[in-house]
Design a protein around this ligand. Structure first.
Ligand SMILES: *Cc1c(COP(=O)(O)O)cnc(C)c1O
Length: 834
């Protein structure tokens, strides 16, 4: 009895403390009272109250890392697509229910406040979201890890659909304050650009290279706490922001032209202004190159600064530091580390090179040639003259090594060279990353085979031990527990909560397929989620969708290789079938599309217009009724994704085999109980292995068949001429059926397919895709069978937790083991001062 009263009293205390913290932040941090506080203020005061909870554990974690001197992992990425932090922080800290109770008692609609938060959209798509999932997993596994990136003032643009076309609006996310970050004025590194290199001989008679007359930009750190799942660990994501240097200020302001001086100052700060909005394609712009070096240089200096607090011998660096390069974007860190070791630390080349190779590891994310970074030598030389010398020196030595291994093979030399010598000389960043790392990994089994046997074949022959696979994963804390509470709760009720940190626990759900109580509850959860999404669609698109229809979803960046267009061909085919047989039986579908097109990608933007044009015909045709709707959801982002996955029945993963490195959207769908229709591409293959061939819909050419058909000679017109339904569909698009007022609008799309070789082989896969969709519809008619397969999909997702991926990186690449964080190492204890 007494004990109960005591517990109740602490719970009340706890509630009062939360309320007090919230009210104090509202009053003292935000300066608002009951007359002026907006809902957005309430979100901010709440976020500050939650941040206070993060900070103690954060200080403890960081001090524990310092004391232990364990090896650290630095995850370098130009993108971190974090989304919102509030719900995730509350869940990971295990304080969601307490805060809900406190806020509800103050009269707030708790879930409504979540909607006030801006997404942190510092990424384009899969690559940036992977980095975010990895941070969550590393913190959850108590791995001493840091994410390093750029604090873009403008993240990925906000997409609006105006008259069916994409419009881009700036994402000025910091204008609304960012309650999660802490600025670290003291962590300031100068980053040099331009200038020239002078060669001198020092007193010891050694040749010394000096990089002089540079233009310097300061990199200032902003830290964001990354909480692990209920484990006391809080890691750091450190993002760099560009500030003009004091020297710079003095020099220009002393010239007397005040306005010109301010202009100059603003120019240097443009480096961290905006994220490049292109996914899977490079933009060879000077500003982008500068951003990449800005991240690389500031981070290397920070890493060495931290290392030197405990150590003096830089030869020990690889024992204490692992650096993972998220694609080649941060690969200038390799010549930057070499420069520091050679020029500033006076290390011998061979020692510096050994240290560098042992420290770096490189992850390849794509084999699309247009996405492989190559920087023209002429501007590399202007902007980073000393680094270019070092890259040439690396290459000279590397070419000697190749000659020794493969004498007389000059073709191989030019294929492997870091310097592409044709026409315009260019630096091949992937070659630099491979040569400068001890590990090169692909992101799914098939992708790794392709990089070993095709893309980087020569390198695999030379360094087979460097190549390895790390199949991507996603964090179940965000993508199931947070995004889909009703499903998460149902699962926990049935198998316990172990799945939150061990996703293989989901295997236990297999038994649930035979439980006559469980299946209807599963179906009810899906239906409730679909109703919520239907309400969203009604509100944002003014389209009323049939909640009993199959929600057939394709959400991801718009790209030809991802083949949204193949999906559209099926949509039109189904429309034509209804029109030809209006009284026929059709399994109703809601086709849901979402995704951004790079602003300069003409074809991708035209595909968005086509989807919307088809939608406006189909959705308004009385013959169709509620058997079919086509919806394009604007501004696909992490927070929109969190609403879509839980409500989806069918996941479209239909890239041309061999083009999608892994995909992670495929995993989020399946985890939330959607069935997949897909090609044997990327991680789809491994999903099939885990859920069973009979529980996934596979169609189309294999990667090997795609290669063979290309070699043999592929003629898309053969398919067009032989398949009347396909011909009709393409003729409608080309003939202006969907845009009578602009009949030629979509001609370029059909042109690509019929006259420009259909590189992604949509026509070759069309028949197989449509047939497979018929099978999908047939299965959907049996709702219990569909639910059974859906449960088995969720049950088979254990492998696709990013915890598993990170465990593999840690063990096989980084040589890092998890740590336990004991409270009290760094945070202020009662009675302590500073
Ligand atoms: C997961 C995710 C992606 C990646 O999706 P893919 O289908 O793997 O291309 C892109 N954008 C967002 C917002 C995501 O959450």
């Amino acid at each position: 009895m007494n004990e109960n009263i005591a517990t109740e009293a602490t719970e009340l205390d706890n509630l009062m403390l939360i309320i007090k913290s919230f009210l104090e932040h509202m009053e003292y941090t935000l300066g608002k009272d009951k007359y002026t506080a907006t809902k957005y203020d309430a979100f901010n005061a709440l976020a500050y109250a939650v941040r206070d909870k993060l900070v103690e554990r954060w200080l403890d974690t960081q001090q524990a890392y310092y004391n232990s001197d364990n090896k650290r992992i630095y995850y370098l990425s130009m993108e971190f697509l974090m989304g919102r932090a509030l719900g995730n922080s509350l869940i990971n800290l295990g304080i969601l229910d307490d805060f809900r109770e406190a806020m509800t008692s103050l009269g707030y609609d708790f879930e409504e406040l979540f909607e006030e938060e801006q997404d942190a959209g510092l990424g384009n798509g899969g690559l940036g979201r992977l980095a975010a999932c990895f941070l969550d997993s590393m913190a959850t596994m108590s791995i001493p890890a840091y994410g390093y990136g750029i604090r873009y003032e403008y993240g990925i643009f906000r997409q609006k659909i105006v008259d069916g076309a994409q419009m881009e609006l700036p994402d000025n996310w910091l204008r609304y304050r960012n309650p999660w970050e802490l600025d670290r004025q003291e962590h300031l590194h100068p980053v040099k650009f331009y200038g020239r290199v002078i060669t001198t001989v020092n007193k010891q008679g050694n040749v010394v290279k000096e990089w002089v007359d540079t233009e310097d930009v300061m990199a200032m750190a902003y830290d964001t706490p990354i909480p692990g799942y209920q484990n006391n660990t809080v890691n750091t994501m450190r993002l760099w922001s560009a500030k003009s240097s004091r020297d710079f200020d003095l020099k220009f302001f002393n010239e007397g032209n005040y306005i010109r001086a301010v202009e100059k100052k603003m120019q240097t700060e443009t480096i961290s202004k905006v994220l490049y909005p292109a996914d899977n394609v490079i933009e060879g712009k000077e500003l982008r190159f500068k951003q990449e070096y800005f991240l690389a240089s500031a981070t290397i200096h920070d890493v060495l600064y931290r290392f030197k607090k405990k150590h003096t011998d830089l030869k020990l660096l690889p024992e204490k530091v692992a650096i993972q390069l998220n694609d080649t974007h941060p690969a200038l860190a390799i010549p930057e580390l070499m420069r520091v070791l050679l020029d500033l630390e006076n290390m011998e080349w061979d020692d510096a090179w050994k240290v560098t190779k042992k420290t770096f590891a490189y992850t390849n994310h794509t084999i699309l040639p247009e996405a492989l970074e190559q920087w023209p030598v002429w501007f590399f030389e202007q902007i980073l003259p000393r680094h270019l010398q070092i890259v040439f020196d690396i290459n000279t030595r590397f070419m000697e090594e190749v000659k020794e291994r493969f004498p007389g093979d000059s073709d191989r030399l030019s294929r492997m060279s870091i310097v592409e010598e044709h026409w315009e000389r260019k630096i091949r960043m992937a070659h630099l990353a491979i040569v400068g790392s001890h590990s090169v990994n692909g992101v799914a089994a098939l992708h790794t085979e392709i990089i070993k046997n095709q893309l980087f074949r020569d390198f695999y022959e030379m360094y087979p031990e460097r190549f390895n696979n790390k199949t991507n994963g996603i964090t179940q804390r965000r993508w199931l527990k947070m995004a889909n509470p009703p499903l998460a709760d149902l699962i926990s009720e049935y198998i316990g909560t172990g799945w939150t940190t061990d996703l293989y626990e989901l295997e236990k759900l297999r038994a649930a397929t035979k439980d006559p109580e469980f299946v209807p509850r599963w179906q009810a959860v899906k239906r409730a989620n679909k109703e919520r999404l239907a309400a969203y669609i009604l509100k944002h698109n003014c389209i009323e969708v049939n909640v009993d229809s199959m929600f057939d979803c394709q959400v991801k960046r718009i790209h030809e290789y991802k083949r949204q267009l193949l999906n559209v061909l099926h949509v039109i085919t189904m429309y034509n079938r209804i029109k030809e047989n209006p009284a026929g039986e059709f399994v109703p579908r809601t086709f849901i599309f979402g995704g951004k097109a790079a602003p300069a990608y003409f074809t991708a933007k035209l595909i968005i217009r086509l989807i919307n044009a088809v939608g406006s015909v189909v959705n308004n045709d009385p013959d169709v009724g509620d058997r079919m709707k086509v919806v394009f959801l604007a501004n696909y982002s992490v927070s929109l994704a969190e609403d879509i996955f839980p409500a989806s029945d069918l996941s479209e993963q239909i890239s041309t085999a061999g083009t999608e490195a892994s995909g992670t959207g495929n995993m989020k769908f399946a985890l939330n109980g959607a069935l997949t229709i897909g090609t044997l591409d990327g991680a789809n293959i491994e999903i099939m292995e885990e859920v069973g061939k009979e529980n996934i819909f596979i169609f189309g050419l294999t990667a090997a068949e795609v290669n063979n058909l290309r070699k043999k000679g592929y003629n898309p017109r053969d398919y067009y001429n032989r398949q009347p339904e396909l011909k009709k569909t393409l003729d409608m698009i080309a003939g202006g059926f969907f845009t009578p007022n602009a009949p030629d609008l979509f001609r370029p799309i059909v042109d690509i397919l019929l006259n420009q070789g259909d590189y992604y082989m949509l026509l070759a896969d069309y028949a197989s895709y449509v047939a497979c969709q018929e099978e999908v519809s047939k299965v959907y008619l049996d709702q219990d069978e569909w639910a059974r397969r859906a449960i088995l999909n969720t049950a088979g997702m254990g492998k696709f937790s990013s915890d598993r991926t990170i465990a593999e990186y840690a063990r096989e690449i980084w040589g890092i083991s998890p740590m336990n964080i004991t409270p009290g190492a760094g945070s202020r204890q009662p009675g302590e001062t500073f």
